[in-house]
Design a protein around this ligand. Structure first.
Ligand code: PMP
Length: 281
C-alpha cells in the first residue's frame, strides 16, 4: 500500500508511527474520509473546508496547503490504482514527550492512503436495520477528531444486534448515527438535526439538503425525539461510505411500511447523477 506522508508518497513498510505521536497517545488529531468515484475525489472542496475547520477548532496547523494536498491525493489514487473507494486523511498535532498541554515547536503529522471499496448497492436498495443507543460522546462532535470511542461502542451495539447502524439519542433527542447523519420524513416534510456541536455536519448531509431544496421538499433542521422516530414515514442515513441508505427497521420496529421510502429512492437517483454526471444523461 502507498502512503502519503506529509508531501511524499512512501510504501507502507517504510512508514513509522512514533510511540509519542499525540494521535496515538491522546487521539489528538483530526481526519477526513473522502469517496473516490472513477479515480476522482467526490465533494473535495467540502471535505477540505471541514478539514480546515476541524484543524482550526483544535488549533492544529495543517502541514501542507490544501491545493498541494489535493494534487498529492490524486497522485496517491493513481499510484494505488483505486477506482471506486475512499481516501483516509489524518493529521495529528505531532510528536513530543507525553504531556497533556500543547507542546511547543511540535510539527503536525499528515498521513493519507487510498483503499478500494465498492458502493453499498444492496444496502441502498433493500434498506438496513438500526438500533438506538445512548449518545455518550463529548460535546464537540462537530469536529472530526480521532476520539471515536463513543461511536465505536455504539456501532458495536448495532453489530451485535445484527443491525447496520446505531442511531444516537442524547436527552431523548435523535442526534445522528454512529458514523452517519439521520434524516426522517413525515407527510412529505423532511427533518434532520441542526448542524451544531451535537452532530458532525456530514458532507453527504449538506448535499442531501441541497437536493431536497432543489426538488422543493420542505426541510426542518430541528431535533426530533426518539418516540417520533417510530412515527415517521421514511428514515434514511447519509454518509460518504453509506451514501443515502434507507432505514427500514429500528429496535425491531418497522418504519413506515417496512420498505425503502419513495422520497429516499428519489434522492438516491439524484445523488447518482452527481456521482456519474456523464452517464446520467
Ligand atoms: N456523523 C458521524 C458521526 C460520522 O462519523 C459521519 C461519517 N464521517 C457522518 C456523520 C457523515 O459524514 P459524511 O457525510 O461527511 O461522511
Amino acid at each position: 500500500m502507498d502512503i502519503l506522508l506529509n508531501d511524499s508518497i512512501i510504501s507502507r513498510e517504510d512508514l513509522t508511527i512514533d510511540l509519542e505521536d499525540r494521535g496515538y497517545q491522546f487521539g489528538d488529531g483530526i481526519y477526513e474520509v473522502v469517496r473516490i468515484y472513477e479515480r476522482q475525489l467526490f465533494e473535495w472542496e467540502a471535505h477540505a473546508k471541514r478539514l480546515e475547520y476541524s484543524a482550526k477548532e483544535l488549533m492544529i496547523s495543517l502541514p501542507v496547503r490544501i491545493e498541494e494536498l489535493y494534487q498529492n491525493l490524486l497522485k496517491l489514487i493513481k499510484k494505488s490504482s483505486v477506482s471506486v473507494g475512499y481516501v483516509y486523511i489524518q493529521v495529528t498535532r505531532g510528536t513530543a514527550p507525553r504531556a497533556h498541554g500543547f507542546p511547543e515547536n511540535c510539527k503536525p503529522n499528515l498521513i493519507a492512503y487510498a483503499r478500494e471499496m465498492a458502493r453499498p448497492l444492496m444496502k441502498m436498495k433493500n434498506g438496513v436495520r438500526a438500533v438506538t443507543a445512548d449518545d455518550i460522546r463529548w460535546l464537540r462532535v462537530d469536529i472530526k477528531s480521532l476520539n471515536l470511542l463513543g461511536n465505536v461502542l455504539a456501532k458495536q451495539k448495532a453489530i451485535e444486534a445484527k443491525a447496520e447502524e446505531a442511531i444516537l439519542i442524547r436527552n431523548g433527542i435523535v442526534t445522528e448515527g454512529s458514523s452517519s447523519n439521520v434524516f426522517a420524513i413525515r407527510e412529505g416534510k423532511c427533518f434532520t438535526h441542526p448542524a451544531n456541536h451535537y452532530i458532525l455536519n456530514g458532507i453527504t448531509r449538506q448535499l442531501v439538503l441541497r437536493l431536497l431544496n432543489e426538488i422543493g421538499v420542505a426541510v426542518e433542521e430541528i431535533p426530533i425525539t426518539k418516540e417520533e422516530l417510530f412515527e415517521m414515514d421514511e428514515i434514511f442515513i447519509t454518509s460518504t461510505i453509506h451514501e443515502i441508505c434507507p432505514v427500514i427497521e429500528i429496535d425491531g420496529v418497522k418504519i413506515g411500511n417496512g420498505a425503502p421510502g419513495v422520497l429516499t429512492g428519489k434522492l438516491q437517483s439524484l445523488f447518482d447523477k452527481l456521482i456519474f454526471p456523464a452517464s446520467s444523461i
